[in-house]
Write a protein that binds this ligand. Structure first.
Ligand code: SF4
Length: 322
């Protein structure tokens, strides 16, 4: 099966524009998985619709390109069916925080043990650059006729409020740092959310690679000051060390305050991590004890001749309305 996947994937042509931040994120995902030595057949990459949702086509693992905004319910089903898989959902901010916003919030509440990488560029790139949920009020990218009329959603604050137990932000062109964040997100026990600043040079001419690199922001010596800085280099500590509500609340409040910083001084790194919250799989196993040993993905559903193993007739009889 693994060989067959390889031969299929090598024929795929990459459709991203030159200079797109998606390339940096793709490299970081590949580097993280290679470093973790996870076998390709033990990984599922799940996406919705958008430029970045083509990511599963470009990685030699199982790839599931689903419906607009629906990567998280698909990924949840895959993970719960086969908890042995490393499941990584990915997609754009329009996909995840526009049409997919309801799934985003409720996924945080569940805390399934998987990761979600948001390619955050402020526009709907695939459909010619309309304003997406993370574009700031009043910003006018070259693809907009008038400045954005809506307030932006802050994905980090939304994730913290929804209950995600790992909340981080990376930058697409700092690939090594991003690789570390992706690795930590995948290794985190619980639902990890990673927002990635992803320049879209084709439609967003404001939040560009040059902008994040410090264009127009100079120190006394005339050198550019990058607009991103690393939380871990400032002594910030977002990891909850003890299973106490007090520490958890303090760390969430600290992370929320930090999440407001954006623009000339934009933090990247781990804002919050808490592995003391039971995962959805833990709760499921308490309710259905055989779940851990025989999850649905390991159960036989059909015989060799294709006939179903389940006694569907009995179920239908039970629900038949007379
Ligand atoms: Fe990347 Fe933007 Fe091109 Fe889409 S439109 S591939 S996000 S540069």
């Amino acid at each position: 099966m693994a060989l067959r996947l390889t031969s299929l994937k090598t024929e795929v042509h990459n459709d991203w524009c030159p200079g797109c931040g998606d390339f940096g994120i793709l490299s970081a995902i590949q580097m993280a998985l290679a470093e973790m030595e996870v076998q390709p057949h033990n990984v599922a990459i799940v996406s919705g619709v958008g430029c970045s949702s083509k990511t599963p086509h470009y990685i030699n693992t199982y790839g599931i390109h689903t419906l607009h905004g629906r990567s998280l319910p698909f990924a949840t089903g895959i993970k719960l069916s086969n908890p042995q898989l490393e499941v990584v959902a990915c997609g754009g901010d329009g996909d995840g925080l526009g049409i997919g916003a309801g799934h985003f919030v409720n996924s945080g509440r569940r805390n399934v043990d998987m990761a979600y990488i948001l390619f955050d560029n402020g526009v709907y790139g695939l459909t010619k650059g309309q304003a997406s949920p993370t574009l700031k009020l009043g910003m006018k990218t070259k693809s907009l006729a008038m400045p954005n009329i809506n307030q932006a959603t802050n994905p980090l604050i939304l994730a913290l409020a929804a209950g995600y137990t790992f909340v981080a932000r990376g930058y697409a062109y700092d690939v090594r740092h991003l690789k570390e964040l992706i690795r930590r997100a995948i290794e985190h026990r619980g639902f990890a959310f990673l927002d990635v600043l992803q320049p879209c040079p084709t439609y967003n001419d404001i939040l560009t690679k040059d902008y994040w690199g410090g264009e127009g922001l100079l120190d006394a010596g005339g050198r550019q000051i990058p607009r991103t800085y690393k939380l871990e280099e400032t002594g910030y500590e977002g990891v909850v060390k003890t299973p106490t509500t007090d520490e958890m609340e303090e760390k969430i409040k600290q992370a929320i305050m930090k999440s407001f910083e954006f623009g000339d001084h934009t933090p990247i790194g781990v804002f919050y991590q808490n592995e003391h919250i039971p995962t959805y799989e833990d709760r499921l196993a308490q309710r259905i004890p055989p779940y851990q040993d025989t999850p649905p993905g390991s159960q036989e559903i059909a015989r060799r001749d294709g006939t179903p193993v389940a006694l569907v007739e009995g179920l239908l009889d039970e629900f038949r309305v007379t």
